[in-house]
Design a protein around this ligand. Structure first.
Ligand code: NAP
Length: 372
């Protein structure tokens, strides 16, 4: 089967627009006949991807969707829930490539992160799996950054404490954070331009603005700028959030572990624009020497970059400001913890819109084009 006729849904959102950028940059549209869909702008011009495409189609037009060899969607879980089942029920046998969580844990889906689980993807293709789903962003970035530890089966259990950016909540999240920043900045401009103002006066004014009814909090529900929110996604029965649950469930599914590795943590939304950062505590199966650990981390894949545990290198390389818009996944602050030689601390940052979302989808489309 040749994959040529591909439908794209959700290409206007955060993940979708980064996906199109990457596909344009890598020449992935060569040889494709793409068609673009929308839930809100039917009939408008399609995005410029360097080849002809018809005007935007209705994303709920099942007959049009069913004509594609593959569908790539970054529209979200509600869309997948509504459309995929109907398409399959009507006999569509094409490939479904999706950024949303909805299908990830199903037995008829593979979670894709090919630098980590190319073997799982290849087995899926060989056995006729038709659904290829991008993993949760923090989970994918954790596996990219700490790949060397997993490849050597050194991890007994681990925690990931996350610092997740506003764009992880989509375009509206990022826009709301900017509106909050503007409201804070505009409201304090007189105080800021007066050299006699004290920091305490400015702080009181900021609290007053952030607590006012006019402050924009529709997406996050509470202030994020100048603050943080230690809760992401829905609650689960055991007191964790869904975002925290995914670390264990999806992480083990991606790795294809026979003995699941316990992975847990607390996921926190912070006022960064883009990139998710994570602080890890890793219980190793043994007191592995540091030089072996550093070597394994650095060599795990082509995108991980080992940052020496030094102040200047850490400040310069290990932050959202340094990483945003790049495919590099730096991992640093690597050291043995006080608890013993088999306890390792580490910190990583990655662009959640690239390796955490768009890049695995782009790559699996190419893997399918080459393989089926
Ligand atoms: P998003 O930015 O909210 O975009 C989703 C859709 O919202 C767009 O395709 C667009 O659909 C519509 N939309 C409404 N207002 C918009 C605006 N101002 N700008 C752009 N689009 C707007 O969602 P997303 O963050 O890309 O997430 C898509 C899926 O990927 C979700 O399932 C999410 O969980 C998953 N995911 C997200 C991330 C992340 O970091 N954001 C990471 C991994 C996975 P129409 O064109 O049809 O109107």
């Amino acid at each position: 089967m040749k994959i040529e006729n591909v439908g794209f849904i959700g290409w206007r959102g955060m993940v979708g627009s980064v996906l199109l950028d990457r596909m344009r940059a890598e020449g992935d549209f060569d040889g494709l006949a793409p068609e673009f869909y929308t839930t809100s702008q039917v009939g408008d011009a399609p995005p410029d991807v360097g080849c002809d495409a018809p005007p935007l189609k209705d994303a709920y037009d099942l007959a049009a969707l069913a004509r594609h060899d593959a569908i790539v969607t970054c529209q979200g879980g509600d869309y997948t829930k509504q459309v995929l089942h109907e398409l399959r029920k009507n006999g569509w046998t094409g490939y479904w490539i999706d950024a949303a969580r909805f299908k990830r844990m199903d037995d008829d889906s593979v979670i894709v992160l090919d630098p980590v689980n190319r073997d799982v993807i290849d087995r899926g293709i060989a056995s006729g799996v038709k659904n290829y789903i991008g993993g949760n962003c923090t989970v994918s970035l954790m596996l990219m950054g700490l790949g060397g530890l997993f490849q050597n089966d050194w991890v007994e259990w681990m925690t990931a404490m996350t610092y997740q950016s506003a764009s992880g909540a989509g375009a509206q999240g990022m826009i709301e954070l900017m509106h909050q920043m503007r409201a804070l900045s505009d409201g304090c401009s007189d105080l800021l331009s007066n050299p006699a103002s004290t920091a305490l006066e400015i702080d009181r004014k900021l609290s007053e603005i952030a607590g006012s009814d006019a402050y924009p909090t529709k997406t996050f529900g509470v202030p994020l700028a100048g603050s943080l929110i230690p809760w992401i996604d829905a609650p689960t029965e055991d007191g964790s959030t869904l975002e925290e649950w995914k670390g264990n469930a999806e992480g083990n599914k991606i790795l294809g572990t026979e003995r699941p590795i316990p992975i847990d943590g607390i996921c926190v939304r912070v006022g960064a624009m883009r990139c998710h950062s994570q602080a890890f505590t890793v219980k190793l199966r043994a007191d592995v020497p540091m030089d072996e650990i550093e070597d394994a981390l650095a060599k795990a894949n082509d995108w991980v970059s080992f940052v020496p545990n030094e102040m200047q290198a850490t400040r310069e390389q290990l932050s959202p400001a340094a990483v945003t818009g790049t495919l590099t996944v730096p991992v640093g602050r690597v050291r043995k913890l006080r608890m013993g030689g088999d306890f390792l601390g580490a910190f990583s940052v990655g662009d959640q819109l690239l390796w955490g979302a768009a890049e695995p989808l782009r790559r699996v489309l190419n893997i399918l084009r080459e393989s089926v």
